[in-house]
Ligand binder design. Structure first.
Ligand SMILES: Nc1ncnc2c1ncn2[C@@H]1O[C@H](COP(=O)(O)OP(=O)(O)OP(=O)(O)O)[C@@H](O)[C@H]1O
Length: 725
């Protein structure tokens, strides 16, 4: 699409500025939502994308697919969905996917303010909502819905035609998660007319500041690799089969190849000054610490700082260092408020970064790469980038995903820089050299080339893709990785011998969990008698940050053992988690004090309760409980988690999902994994640490200075006979 100079400014509801001014004088003036909307309109008009709205609308009138690039902060995520609502073809909802829930929620909040509407489920009239795992906040009037990629995939499973949407916007596509690659493949099928249930065309916008526009445009332009490759629903398959039997040509509407529009939005509102180190640093945490205090002591307020680190542990240790040092600063300096931000943090704690700091206080946000894209953190003027991130990688030898600390890509570094300069000019300090930056990979390797694909393959199967190997992937994954995933799904009984999805597989695909945890939930529902309630409690713990406050020294470990003693279970960590959840849930007076007494994170426990509520609702909906039963508040008091028979049922349910995560005791006293025959030690954080038992099941294999099994319970080898026969 050709670039076009500024179009006359129009307000979002299509009125002219003059008309808008008239309304400002009217009775709406006392409505705080409307007042905020009018105020924000002024800043919206200054965004580079504002003058391109006619181009964008025209592109989508003409073609069904638009690939939009534009610098960080040019207004893509907040403005484009609002422009689309004014188009004639847009009678339904616009979905906007985000790689992370923190971005989905904060964007929805911002756009609700810009549109002068309440947010999400707070009002039936709300026009803007969001949907993230374990939290759906939409209303019957929702027109723009920000949702994580995983949630859109879940919706695709329920409604393959995406009939509630006029448009799907895939934002931050450069991150190339497995989920986004699946979404792109399914959307390609939809725009090529594979799904005949759709009465009107689905419009698709793919956006990013740093993506390969030409490659994505080509992907949507090219024909489908095979007719059925991106999935159909049951009815369509029946039609196709019928046509084949009768020898007719299939009755599916023939795809009319439509060209793809591309558009680039030039410029950003505020500049960001870049600084590099002269020499590489040996101790990036120390360098970050020094940089934070240099900024704090030299730069005027306001000016919050956003620091990119690798993970929860580094964030927590830097937080401690900063807080200890800040106590000694004289009163001449503003105060410091350190806020951590990482994926396992509960939602309400994540959202604290968006609140303004108290007067005379500078926010220092210590974040993993979850704040790297899409988010605007109000107040941030300085970004400090350590240049590293934890990246998930499949390790063939172990047949497991591991998190490894690796240098980021140039694209990530540019995204990080783009978190400054959003409300005013900013500065980005890269804690590496210019040469270091130049030597980074341009883009990160797509997740699909480096991760376990079992969840992806199951999603494809559940969405009616008969042969995942011929799915239209933007970057096809290696064949052996796909075959491994198929094998794992067979092991989980999610697929039948002929490769079709089984009843179990369909049920797992509907749960917002990995196939392994989904399988555990199903097995617990099917055990005799069922142990679903208890298993949900444990799975909820595994879905959030560690509930036990970290104990580092021998002394604190002893203190913790005393404080938590009555919760520890001899069988290991799974039943200990259950005991902790049940004791917390049964505490009716002061849960916070209870958590403190037991050296348990109250914040993590609140998340566990949230997740367990959602999982219980989903299991009820999926009819995983015998008919007539329900979850009731009194559940928590009735179960004795010391019960050996119950322990056996629960651990057997875990074994059905984690059959690849078993180790047995060898005559020399070490443990060796069943898969890969690796030596592995019990992690010091486990209640089984230092104990010798005949065999173990574990949740995670982590490699630090040596290989550890984390989240461990003792099992009996004879239990495996049931499992493998
Ligand atoms: N929560 C917020 N508070 C204050 N300003 C905001 C907020 N969200 C967005 N903005 C303003 O809107 C601008 C555009 O944000 P938007 O997220 O739409 O840009 P973008 O082009 O999608 O950026 P990116 O590629 O970095 O995600 C920001 O630079 C900022 O000025």
């Amino acid at each position: 699409m050709a670039a076009q100079k500024s179009a006359p400014a129009r307000v979002s509801n299509g009125q002219t500025n003059g008309m808008k001014r008239k309304r400002q004088d009217g009775p709406k003036q006392n409505n705080p939502l409307q007042n905020k909307k009018i105020k924000l309109l002024e800043s919206r008009k200054k965004l580079p994308i504002w003058s391109r709205q006619q181009d964008i609308k025209a592109a989508l009138e003409k073609n069904d697919v638009l690939v939009l690039s534009g610098e960080t902060g040019s207004g893509k995520s907040t403005q484009l969905p609002q422009f689309l609502l004014e188009s004639k073809w847009c009678s339904k909802c616009v979905a906007v996917t985000q790689p992370r829930r923190v971005a989905a929620i904060s964007l929805a909040r911002r756009v609700a303010e810009e549109m002068g509407t309440p947010l999400g489920k707070s009002s039936p009239a709300s026009k803007v909502g969001y949907s993230v795992r374990f939290d759906d906040s939409t209303s019957p009037s929702t027109r723009i819905k920000y949702l994580t990629e995983g949630m859109l995939l879940q919706e695709m499973l329920r409604d393959s035609a995406m009939s509630q949407y006029s448009c799907v916007v895939v934002d931050e596509v450069h991150e190339r998660s497995v989920n986004v690659d699946l979404i792109l493949g399914f959307l390609k099928g939809l725009v090529k007319g594979i799904n005949k249930k759709r009465k009107t065309p689905l419009k698709v916008v793919v956006m990013s500041a740093t993506a390969d526009v030409a490659g994505i445009a080509r992907f949507f332009d090219e024909p489908m690799p095979s007719d059925k490759a991106s999935g159909t629903d049951g009815d369509e398959e029946d039609d196709l089969n019928e046509a084949k039997i009768n020898g007719d040509a299939p009755k599916r509407p023939v795809a009319s190849p439509k060209p793809v529009s591309t558009c680039h939005v030039e410029g950003r509102q505020y500049p960001v000054k870049l600084s590099y180190l002269d020499r590489p640093t040996d101790d990036v945490l120390q360098t970050a610490f020094e940089r934070i205090f240099k900024i704090h002591c030299k730069e005027p307020m306001p000016g919050d700082i956003l620091v990119f680190l690798t993970g929860q542990e580094t964030i927590q240790s830097l937080q401690k260092l900063i807080e200890e040092y800040a106590v000694n600063l004289t009163a001449d300096y503003p105060k410091l408020l350190v806020l951590p931000l990482f994926a396992a943090l509960p939602q309400h704690a994540q959202q604290r970064i968006f609140q303004s700091a108290p007067p005379n206080t500078r926010k220092v946000i210590l974040s993993t790469n979850i704040a790297e894209t899409s988010v605007t953190v109000p107040g941030v003027r300085f970004v400090v980038d350590t240049g590293k991130a934890k990246i998930k990688q499949f390790r063939n030898r172990l047949a497991l995903d591991s998190l490894l600390i690796k240098p980021i890509s140039r694209s990530s570094a540019d995204q990080r820089k783009g978190r400054a300069g959003r409300e005013a000019p900013g500065q980005c300090y890269r804690l590496y050299t210019q040469e270091g930056y130049n030597s980074l990979e341009k883009n990160a390797t797509p997740e699909i080339l480096r991760c376990d694909l079992s969840a992806a393959v199951l999603t494809m199967k559940a969405r009616g893709v008969p042969d995942p190997l011929s799915f239209p992937f933007l970057t096809p994954p290696p064949r052996d990785a796909m075959e491994k995933a198929l094998l794992q799904l067979l092991q989980l009984s999610a697929l039948a011998e002929d490769g079709s999805i089984s009843v179990t597989g369909k049920a797992i695909a509907r749960l917002p969990l990995t196939p392994t945890l989904g399988r555990v939930i199903l097995s617990s529902a099917r055990s005799d008698p069922p142990c679903l309630r208890e298993t949900i409690d444990i799975v909820a713990c595994l879905s959030v940050e560690n509930i036990f406050v970290n104990v580092e020294t021998e002394e604190t470990r002893e203190q913790a053992a005393d404080a938590r003693g009555q919760l520890y279970r001899r069988s290991g960590d799974h039943m200990t988690l259950l005991a902790a959840v049940q004791a917390y849930a049964a505490e009716n007076s002061d849960r916070k004090a209870w958590a403190e007494r037991h050296l348990i994170s109250h914040r993590a426990m609140q998340s566990v309760m949230d997740v367990r509520k959602q999982l219980r609702a989903q299991c009820l909906q999926a009819k995983l409980l015998p008919s007539g039963s329900s979850f009731s508040d009194g559940d928590d008091e009735g179960v004795s988690s010391a019960d050996e028979e119950l322990t056996e049922r629960i651990l057997k349910a875990f074994l059905s999902g984690f059959a690849n995560n078993i180790a047995r005791l060898c005559p020399d006293g070490s443990y060796k994994t069943f898969v890969g025959n690796q030596t592995v030690s019990i992690h010091p954080s486990s209640v089984l640490f230092g104990r010798k038992v005949e065999a173990l099941v574990y949740n995670e294999f982590v490699y630090t200075n040596k290989a550890y099994a984390r989240g461990v319970s003792a099992i009996q080898l004879k239990w495996l006979e049931d499992l493998f026969t």
